[in-house]
Structure formats: structure tokens, C-alpha cells
Design a protein around this ligand. Structure first.
Ligand code: SIN
Length: 490
């Protein structure tokens, strides 16, 4: 089945088959599943519904391509990645349309994601030339001790639907830059953005087998990727629940893993904060992608003395936001990925209301359809409410009160998650005290937009391990080999 309703300048970017060993191939049994538009449920395309056998062939292809790819010079790999980056930028508008159609986010945000995703490719193209080893002072002059960096090998990349482009590029780019080959399993809901990336990678001259993509049954595909001995690493972005299962599945072959899992980000506003800046940061952090990001502010902790002032400024800003289809002009917030996701968010709002929270803005499912949730502000929220304890993954801002700095820190750290946290204050001493005390991998200080390719993205505690982006992001795809050379003096 081939859909033509996307109005792409380059219709060849719409791919619906799996990408294995440089070829576009249907599922072995010809089966496909339907990809739908979350805004209205219309069918966008039928996509190859692969399982174990196609995944095994993809791993074989990645294994066969490994030697050739790891033996290319860093400069050759950098040039290939650079060409891929340029082709993605040249196709930005088409890629954004595909992304909005299958994921729902507003077109402006989708364009932003394409640029954001491409930035990881540019960054790691450059970093590939900066993989350094070490020499170590030996205990005797008869020896030389040398540390080399080598690619991990075949890497499996399992990515989510909330950033169908950028979560893939920030795994594939460092993997390829390090000399690894990959087998990717994009989220079932958003395969079209992933396939378009593979199409452009092929045009960029990245050799066959270096990038493979299989879509379909997550249990069958994931089962092979996590248990196959040739796959030496799994990089996963998704929920903590699934991440724990994948970690257990990887234990049998002792794979390296990078886990970007769920968050429960506190957004702390102290009484000395610049309130306008805090509201702007809150909007950026909370309502990006309709609240469907792991680093979204999940709970707002606001000091008593400014609670009313911050609340009314935030409510005014939230009431000014426009909810609608991502492909309509002027829309700030699109739909949830599906009706179940919207049901869960509405359930969290209702639970908080039952325990005494007040709805200061929004609070309902929109008349636009079953996947649309109004941007919502809840006040008088307390820690026992599920909205504070669970990752909301929706456009809901719950506002809690605190009195002292110590209370704010205790509330902020009262979670098993540890991905991102945000702090708004103009007191330099407090900035350092609170940042030091935060049990999180990322702390935004007077800043709600924290993700970029130059910085290490990742969490601690049950939010996972490993870092993506930055110079640290390359380490996750490199092994250390130590050479101990003797007989130097003889
Ligand atoms: C995520 O939600 O997993 C990623 C968000 C980001 O890259 O900022």
C-alpha cells in the first residue's frame, strides 16, 4: 500500500518496507500493519510487519558490514555522516511533514526536531576524528602501556515515538562515527520518519548493511536483538518498565547497554526567581511535544510566597495556547499519540481532583477528538497524588507548594527517577547548593530548554545510564583495549 496524501516534494522519502542490507524488503510473509494519524485516525500507510527472521537477517547484514566499516578511516566516516546531515537538512520540509502526520506534533516543532536530529549527525561526524587513546607510564622501562579505542560492534537501537527522528540520529550517528554498524527498531507508531532517514543515508553513500531497520512486532524483534550474541550493545530510549525488561534480556549475552528511560522532573521556582523567565521556561519544558518528553517538567514546586503570582502568570500563558492538528497554522499543542495515552492523562487529572487538587486551566479532553487533551494547570497538588508520582507524559502542569530550600530539595529528590530537574532562582549560592543536591543527570538552571547535541543527555537512578550527545556520547560506542608491550630494552 502506498499513500500519496503527504504532498512530499520528494515522494521517494515515503518508504514502507524494512531496510535490510541496503534493500527495501517486505515482511517474509508479506504482512503489514497500519500507521495512522494521531490527530484523526486516518490511515497513512501500511508498513512491513517484520518478526524474528527479518531481524536475524538484519543482524547478519550488520555483522557482514562491520569489518569494512570499522576499517574505514575516521575521515571517511565523517564525510559520509556529513553528506547524510546535508541531505537531511535539504529535505527538512518533507521530513517534518512525515513526522507531523505520524506523530502529531505541530509542524514548527517537527521542523525543529529535524534540525535537532541532524545536529547529532553533524556533531558526531566531527567527533569521529577525535577518538583518542592514551599512553600510560609503565612500571619499568622494559614496557610500554597503550590504550586503544575500538568500536563496540553491531549495535541494536530501539527508539520511541515521541521523537521519531532525533532519538534515532543520536544513536546511529555516534555508533557509525565510532565504526559500529546498527540494526534499528523504530517505534511501531512512527516508522515513516525512520525509513526516510534510512533512504537519505543510502543516498549519502553509507554502505549497505551499515544501517538496517526492521519494523513490526516489538516482542519478536526485541527478543532477537537482546539475545543475539553478535549484537554487542543495545541502546534504548523508552519507558523504565520496558528498559528493565530489556536489561534483563541483555544479561544472557552480557551486552553493553545505554538506557534513556523515564523521568519525573521537578521544576523548582524560588521566591527570588524572575517569574517571567520561569513561566517562559515552564512553557518550553512542560508543553513541548504536548508534554510527551522524558525531560518534561513533571511537577512544579513553587515557594509559598510567590505561589499565587506564579500560578496566575502560568495560567494566563497556558490559556493563550492553541490546541489543534499539527499541520494547522498557529497550533502550539498537538494530539497525544493515541486515545489510550489521552485516557491515562485524563485519569491522572481526575485522580488529583479527587484528592483535592483544583483545575486552574484546561482539565478536560478537548472536543477536537479522543486524542486531544487541553493544556492544564492543577493547583494545591500534594505528593501523594499520582500526577506527582508517575510520569504524566501529557500537557498537565501540577503545582505544589514548599516553604524552605530544604523542603524543595527533599520533594525534588523524592522519586526513583533521576533524568532532568529545573531550578529558578537568582541567588548564586542557592544555585550551587540546589544544583549540587539534585539527584539528576541534567539540571536546567534558569533555563527550560536543556537538550542539544553539545551536551551529555542522560539520567541516573531508574532513569537509566549512558549519555547521548557531547564528547561523552561517543564513549558509549567504544571499547577500551589495553596493549601491554614488553621486551622494549632487550
Ligand atoms: C526524550 O524525551 O526522550 C528526549 C527529549 C529530548 O531530547 O529533549
Amino acid at each position: 500500500m502506498r499513500e500519496t496524501g503527504f504532498n512530499l516534494n520528494d515522494p521517494e522519502l515515503l518508504r514502507t518496507a524494512a531496510f535490510i542490507d541496503g534493500s527495501w524488503v517486505p515482511a517474509d510473509d508479506g504482512a503489514s500493519y497500519l500507521v495512522t494519524d494521531p490527530a484523526c485516525g486516518r490511515t497513512l500507510a501500511g508498513v512491513a510487519n517484520c518478526g524474528a527472521n527479518e531481524t536475524l537477517r538484519a543482524i547478519d547484514a550488520a555483522s557482514a558490514a562491520l569489518l569494512g566499516w570499522r576499517n574505514t578511516s575516521a575521515k571517511e566516516r565523517a564525510n559520509s555522516l556529513r553528506r547524510w546531515f546535508e541531505l537531511i537538512n535539504a529535505s527538512c520540509e518533507d521530513l517534518a511533514r512525515l513526522l507531523t502526520a505520524e506523530q502529531g506534533k505541530p509542524l514548527a516543532e517537527a521542523r525543529g526536531e529535524i534540525t535537532y536530529g541532524a545536529s547529532y549527525i553533524e556533531w558526531f561526524a566531527e567527533e569521529s576524528k577525535r577518538i583518542y587513546g592514551d599512553t600510560i607510564q609503565p612500571g619499568s622501562n622494559n614496557q610500554r602501556l597503550i590504550v586503544l579505542k575500538e568500536p563496540v560492534g553491531v549495535v541494536a537501537c530501539i527508539t520511541p515515538w515521541n521523537f521519531p527522528n532525533a532519538m534515532l540520529t543520536r544513536k546511529i550517528a555516534p555508533a557509525l562515527a565510532a565504526g559500529c554498524t546498527v540494526v534499528c527498531k523504530p517505534a511501531e507508531a512512527t516508522p515513516l520518519s525512520a525509513f526516510a532517514l534510512a533512504e537519505l543515508a543510502q543516498r549519502a553513500g553509507i554502505p549497505r548493511g551499515v544501517i538496517n531497520m526492521v519494523t513490526g512486532d516489538p516482542a519478536k524483534i526485541g527478543g532477537v536483538l537482546t539475545r543475539h550474541a553478535q549484537v554487542r550493545k543495545l541502546s534504548f530510549t523508552g519507558s523504565t518498565r520496558v528498559g528493565k525488561q530489556l536489561l534483563a534480556d541483555c544479561a544472557g549475552t552480557v551486552k553493553r547497554t545505554s538506557m534513556e528511560l523515564g523521568g519525573n522532573a521537578p521544576f523548582v521556582v524560588f521566591e527570588d526567581a524572575d517569574i517571567d523567565a520561569a513561566v517562559a521556561g515552564a512553557l518550553a519544558s512542560k508543553f513541548r511535544n504536548a508534554g510527551q518528553t522524558c525531560v518534561c517538567a513533571n511537577r512544579f514546586l513553587v515557594q509559598d510566597s510567590i505561589y499565587e503570582r506564579f500560578t496566575s502568570a502560568l495560567v494566563a500563558a497556558v490559556n493563550a495556547m492553541t490546541l489543534g492538528r499539527g499541520d494547522e497554522a498557529g497550533v502550539d499543542i498537538g494530539p497525544m499519540i493515541n486515545a489510550d495515552a489521552a485516557d491515562k492523562v485524563i485519569g491522572l487529572i481526575n485522580h488529583a481532583r479527587t484528592l483535592g487538587a483544583r483545575v486552574a486551566a484546561g482539565g478536560r479532553r478537548s472536543k477536537l477528538g479522543s486524542t486531544f487533551v487541553e493544556p492544564t494547570v492543577l493547583t494545591e497538588v500534594t505528593s501523594e497524588m499520582r500526577v506527582c508520582r508517575e510520569e504524566i507524559f501529557g500537557p498537565v502542569a501540577p503545582l505544589q507548594r514548599f516553604t524552605t530550600e530544604g523542603d524543595a530539595i527533599a520533594l525534588a529528590n523524592d522519586t526513583r527517577a533521576g533524568l532532568a530537574a529545573y531550578v529558578y532562582t537568582r541567588d548564586m549560592g542557592r544555585i550551587w547548593r540546589v544544583s549540587d543536591a539534585m539527584e539528576y543527570g541534567i539540571v536546567g538552571v534558569n533555563e527550560g530548554t536543556i537538550s542539544n547535541e553539545m551536551a551529555p543527555f542522560g539520567g541516573i537512578k531508574e532513569s537509566g545510564h549512558g549519555r547521548e550527545g557531547s564528547r561523552y556520547g561517543m564513549d558509549d560506542y567504544l571499547e577500551i583495549k589495553y596493549l601491554c608491550m614488553g621486551g622494549i630494552e632487550s
